[in-house]
Unconditional design. Structure first.
Ligand code: BJW
Length: 230
């Protein structure tokens, strides 16, 4: 590969073949749940039990035997290992499948399902069991303190300075399995394109920001990504 500074953005589509539901598909998570109820700070304040249950169920599923990495996760980890230039993987996903595949330089811009957070101090703790609304936070001792370590609508995504620095210097940007409906991630292609980077969309179907990419490849991530990176 002739490129020296590569940024890859992944979305729910890369984990779909691992058995994790996407958001906006006909049978996706947003068909079963109202976004405002489970993915906003206001929804959490109004009904913390409902929100904890939503993430507890997803955490249990992630840790179940049915979920495993697929060839797209593996292709990214193998690419990072052999690539001699600068590499950054940015995922909107809250699962840990990139880590399981061996990816190292990784930012979870929308948080992580296997972490919880104190609402008051911001301290983050690992968690691999259900979070109960009865549990007391280890740092503030309050029952209302603990929340999933997830970036909800209206909240600031994580690692933005590092992400934009990498985008401003990249010569290749690849987006995989994301519908391009949620900002700021949907705007990354424009940030990379504006500094002259080659931009590639790998997705099942054209995304909402498909026209901003210089190249598009449509098909399963598990097929298209190994083909692109090997
Ligand atoms: C396959 C496949 C296979 C399937 N192979 N492909 C108006 C304009 C612009 C912005 C705003 C606006 N009004 C409000 C905003 C901001 C808002 C926003 O974007 N709203 C939109 C709805 C318009 N954004 C925010 O509030 C964000 N914060 C923010 O903006 O802070 C201010 C700020 C300003 C400036 C700089 C920086 C910050 C926070 C967004 C938080 C998103 N949170 C969620 C839920 C939490 C995580 C969780 O519960 O899991 O994150 S929403 C949900 O959507 C989740 C995802 O990470 C995110 C993106 O979804 P994704 O990954 O694209 O999934 P899908 O389902 O949409 O698409 C899957 C794709 O895969 C499809 O295209 C399939 O075809 C494809 N596919 N199988 C390849 N096998």
């Amino acid at each position: 590969m002739t490129y020296q500074r590569v940024v890859v953005l992944t979305g729910a589509g890369i984990s779909a073949e691992s058995g994790i539901k996407t958001f906006r598909a006909a049978d996706g998570l947003w068909e079963e749940h109202r976004v405002e109820d489970v993915a906003t700070p206001e929804g959490f304040a109004a009904n913390p039990e409902l929100v904890q249950r939503f993430y507890n169920e997803r955490r249990r599923q992630l840790l179940s035997a049915e979920v495993a990495v697929n060839p797209a996760h593996v292709a990214l980890a193998e690419f990072e290992k052999k690539f001699t230039g600068e590499f950054l993987l940015v995922t909107q996903n809250i699962d840990d499948l990139h880590e399981r595949a061996g990816s190292q330089k990784l930012i979870h811009m929308h948080g992580e399902l296997l972490k919880m957070q104190c609402s008051y101090s911001g301290v983050v703790y690992p968690i691999d069991t259900d979070i109960s609304t009865e549990a007391r936070c280890a740092c503030c001792g309050l029952r209302s303190g603990l929340r999933p370590h997830i970036v909800w609508f209206g909240e600031m995504p994580l690692g933005m300075d590092e992400i934009y620095t990498a985008l401003e210097h990249c010569d290749l940007f690849i987006a995989v399995g994301t519908s391009g409906n949620v900002y700021p991630a949907a705007g990354f292609v424009q940030a990379a394109g504006s500094v002259g980077a080659h931009t590639i969309e790998v997705n099942l179907e054209p995304s909402a920001v498909q026209s901003a990419f210089s190249e598009t490849r449509y098909g399963l991530a598990s097929i298209e990504l190994p083909r692109l990176l090997n």
